[in-house]
Ligand binder design. Structure first.
Ligand SMILES: Nc1ncnc2c1ncn2[C@@H]1O[C@H](COP(=O)(O)OP(=O)(O)OP(=O)(O)O)[C@@H](O)[C@H]1O
Ligand SMILES: [Mg+2]
Length: 248
């Protein structure tokens, strides 16, 4: 397997929602390719279709048109039961993704073919200590819980993580720790990651490539340095100038 191998690909992904007689074109003909060991950033204003794209990729919802491929094999409109074998979503609300009544140990040991030793090894890998395994989700900090959800994904032996605004509920230093962890895991474990975020500075630091969504279409994609330093599209320029104004 070479480094530029495409692990996940989407072609012409299209999704329209209908609510109260109104049609919302959430995604129109969106194309993307995720290479092995790569972090692909997805940015765009609220409502641009970022979360919808991840929902289509996981199969949580059906798309209207388009095709999805994992390692070259089509899995278009497959259910999460199938896609869960190769990808897992990490949510903004890490607490909500765990059973509140169970300890972390119980939740992690529920994953198929997982021994206590596997759990302990993984806890160390994500930078946590074993004592935290005795706690329930609400007894953890946001960053610790986020690491637990990354540990859960890795114990399931997926090689693709889909991260939807996973750092937006965390303070800046915890954000940095989670981002560093993802970056390390990508290098050490060869994980491929789609990282959705509002935070252009963060995406600029973490991601290899960036895709910019606006009103459900991809207006620009390319290498991070090209998109950040030489944006072609007017909307990308606007996003960048807004980001600079906020951080100044
Ligand atoms: N289940 C749904 N029913 C109707 N409309 C929906 C549904 N889910 C999303 N939408 C609409 O689709 C568009 C894209 O939504 P999406 O959640 O993908 O945006 P987003 O880029 O993730 O935004 P944010 O940054 O706020 O999370 C929005 O106009 C949204 O209102
Ligand atoms: Mg969203």
């Amino acid at each position: 397997m070479n480094k530029t191998e495409i692990v996940l690909e989407g072609r012409n992904i299209t999704k329209q929602y209908k609510t109260k007689g109104r049609k919302i074109q959430s995604l129109s003909d969106v194309n993307f390719a995720l290479h092995r060991g790569e972090i692909l950033g997805v940015v765009g204003e609220s409502g641009s279709g970022k979360s919808t794209l991840l929902k289509m990729i996981t199969g949580m919802e059906r798309m209207d048109a388009g095709d999805l491929y994992h390692e070259g094999t089509s899995y278009t409109n497959s259910h999460p039961g199938k896609t869960g074998k190769f990808l897992q979503m990490i949510f903004q609300d890490a607490y909500g993704s765990f059973d509140p009544r169970r300890t972390m140990k119980q939740s992690l040991l529920e994953i198929q073919h997982t021994s206590m030793q596997d759990v302990l090894d993984m806890i160390e890998k994500v930078g946590l200590t074993p004592d935290l395994l005795e706690r329930k989700p609400r007894q953890l900090s946001g960053g610790q819980c986020q690491r637990m959800s990354i540990a859960r994904a890795l114990l399931s032996h997926v090689d693709i993580l889909l991260c939807d605004e996973i750092t937006s509920a965390l303070d800046v230093s915890t954000q940095a720790q989670v981002v560093t962890l993802l970056s390390d895991l990508r290098k050490k474990e060869g994980l491929s990651i789609i990282f959705v975020s509002h935070d252009l500075a963060l995406v600029g630091n973490l991601c290899d490539r960036i895709m910019v969504l606006k009103d459900g279409t991809c207006v620009e994609d390319g290498k991070t340095e090209d998109v950040i330093w030489h944006p072609k599209d007017a909307y990308t320029k606007l996003l960048l100038s807004n980001a600079i104004t906020i951080t100044e």
